[in-house]
Design a protein around this ligand. Structure first.
Ligand code: PEP
Ligand code: MN
Length: 264
């Protein structure tokens, strides 16, 4: 792990701060909500502004996202704040729309990584892209599925590929929403040492009070970045209310984290 940073290619080339920070709401709800959060995250450590616009919910009957309309809101975020933008894509049409709207970072969600056909469709639609593409781990603790998704994308000539560790569902209840199973992320890292590894403490914990702890563990394990769901009114968020933090709380988390310098 000592020389891991030397292997960083696109992340180093982009000269982004360490750790990389992706923040913003679980879901884009309204234009006003998206812009308000973005303005509060401007001039912080945040590099990429995330907002889910296509939301693959486990059970029907929940908010499934505003759809393509949200892409315009993200474009406005970039114009008004200069923040780069990020959203989840789950099929070819999503990829095409996101690329048309110049979204800077696309990620594949945990419910898509489980499906080789969907991953292949997305990989084909992304062929040769120079956008940042991140692959979340699959819902269940199945390392080969995660590796397979990465391999499909890697053969599509994607120049800026990375992974997001968001924990794994378990049948038994634990204090986490999704058990971290850190050893799976570490094993993945040994197999693909040059892929930036981002931690998603929001979906691991399901609880804003544990975000700092999990983020610190991730940085201690040499993760390259964090994706933290952030909302101006977390309790009234349309999805994942319990785990979102306010922009102010995010700034405090970043201050409280002990960040190892590259020279350490
Ligand atoms: C999300 O990032 O809001 C999301 C749906 O995450 P996951 O795919 O990890 O459940
Ligand atoms: Mn979420």
């Amino acid at each position: 792990m000592e020389n891991k940073k030397e292997l960083r290619t696109w992340l180093d080339d982009m000269q982004l701060n360490h750790p990389l920070v992706i923040a913003g709401p679980c879901s884009a709800e309204t234009e006003a909500q998206v812009l308000k959060i973005a303005h509060e995250l401007k001039n912080t450590d945040v590099n990429y502004y995330r907002a889910g616009i296509w939301k693959p919910r486990t059970r029907p009957g929940n908010f499934e996202g505003v759809g393509a309309l949200g892409l315009k809101w993200l474009q406005k975020v970039k114009e008004e704040t200069g923040l780069k933008t990020a959203t989840e894509v789950a099929n070819r049409a999503h990829v095409e729309l996101a690329l048309e709207h110049d979204i800077d970072l696309l990620w594949i969600g945990a419910r898509s990584t489980v499906s080789p056909f969907i991953v292949q469709e997305i990989a084909d639609a992304l062929k040769g892209t120079d956008k940042v593409i991140l692959v979340k781990n699959p819902v269940n603790p199945d390392l080969p599925l995660w590796l397979g998704a990465i391999e499909r994308l890697a053969t599509s000539d994607i120049k800026k590929l990375g992974v997001i560790h968001r924990g794994f569902s378990t049948y038994e209840k634990t204090k986490y929403r999704n058990n971290p199973e850190w050893q799976l992320a570490i094993e993945l890292q040994t197999k693909f040492p040059d892929l930036p590894l981002i931690n998603d403490p929001s979906h691991i914990t399901g609880n804003r009070d544990m975000i700092l702890d999990i983020s610190q563990t991730a940085l201690d394990l040499n993760f390259d970045g964090l994706m933290i769901e952030t909302h101006v009114d977390p309790d009234n968020a349309w999805s994942d209310a319990a785990q979102q933090v306010t922009p102010k709380a995010l700034v405090q988390i970043m201050k409280d984290l002990k960040i190892r310098k590259e020279t350490d």
